[in-house]
Design a protein around this ligand. Sequence first.
Ligand code: 5AD
Ligand code: SF4
Length: 441
Amino acid sequence: MAQKFHVTTFGCQMNVHDSERMRGMLASLGYEEASERGEADLILFNTCSIRESADSRFIAHLGEAKRLKGEDPQRIVGVGGCWAQSVKEEVFERFPFVDVAFGPGQIHKLAEFLNSDSISAQGYFEFEDFSGHLPTRREREFQGWLQISQGCNCACSYCIVPSTRGREVSRDPGELIAEAEALAADGVREVTLLGQNVNSYGRDLPPAGRIGFSELLRRVDAIEGIDRIRYTSPHPKDMKEDVIRVHAELPALCEQIHLPLQSGSSAVLKRMRRTYDRERYMDRVALIREHVPDCAITTDIIVGFPGETERDFEETLEVAEEVGYDGAFTFLFSPRRETEAATMEGQLPHPVKVERLQRLVEVVQRRAAERAQRFVGRTMEVLVEGTSRTDETRLRGRTRHGKAVNFDGVAEAGELVGVEIESATSQTLGGVAVKPLASLL
Ligand code: 5AD
Ligand code: SF4
């Protein structure tokens, strides 16, 4: 009988993508996916370390793996991703039942371990190469990821990522386009470009043949069959006019920009080492609105950074109010090992952080709900993802703006349909499918 594996994914889309590669690679090695962890011979975790909550959630799961391994010592437990990278060999001291550990993106190392006759635990923490050549098993056949770079050269004082994913390495443009073409040929209509700082893409490449992020977007847009392009995450400091302009020009590039704010206070931004201030951030927003007036803007915000005063926080509320985000991820500041901010003076009490977060969420949601009203009465292009999560009689999909839509109609997953929007909340839209999209264009 075939060996079975089970993988649990934490963290960002980069990890979701890595897990798809793990699935593809394991399938090619003859493994089958188990529906439950208890049925698996190979138990894998793809971990995240961005906030303390991510660590602790994972460690709770690891407890179950320990128990299962106790029941059947033949089982293999593997831990990959950013948390593994951040603790390195220490993982084997703290969790002796772990057999193999590997850093983010180092999935081929997992294969190496499984194919070796090694019986002792092994850790692989050197970034060697992109795993672009590995097969993937995509969650949805019509959506694909394209990892354009690895690592990050920023020095944000709160962030563990530069220490887990290392310095920025961009992938060769020719290789990327070939991979995007292969995805399109394999039925992918929507592709998401991934990187820690996507819009600094290409700066580390040798000058001959080097291209920048906007040119990369152009080349992906030119590929037959790719109807939608998204990317995450850009850094506001690198959000230059050429990138914003291509949003207006390229038919496949979606009207959605994720522009992480982190804080609305220039003093806090400085201590975060974000290298932009409130004014420059607002200039970026103004430029987006000028070139792509209807663009959805989403963001990440951290509250309770060390030394954040009530006035600093109010500035964050002001920016949230002024921009009117279509959506935002909001986080409590979480001190991370070996980051500068973890030992800064002025750490705030938990209840202060929580209270601020609640006030921020209130503003974000109210503004997102107000902004969403602009879609009501319009017919939007929706990429169908399947049935609605809350109502089996309805369908669910996403607009180019990245809004989830629940709607009435008949369509297959992977189809583009026109949906007349009838209602809108901060999170989702509701509507009804109209004639085939082609007749609307
Ligand atoms: N504490 C809280 N939030 C953080 N983020 C990154 N590091 C931390 C931290 N130490 C948030 C940022 C980033 C998002 C992915 O996670 O907002 O954009
Ligand atoms: Fe988590 Fe950041 Fe690693 Fe993504 S890159 S898995 S968010 S620590």
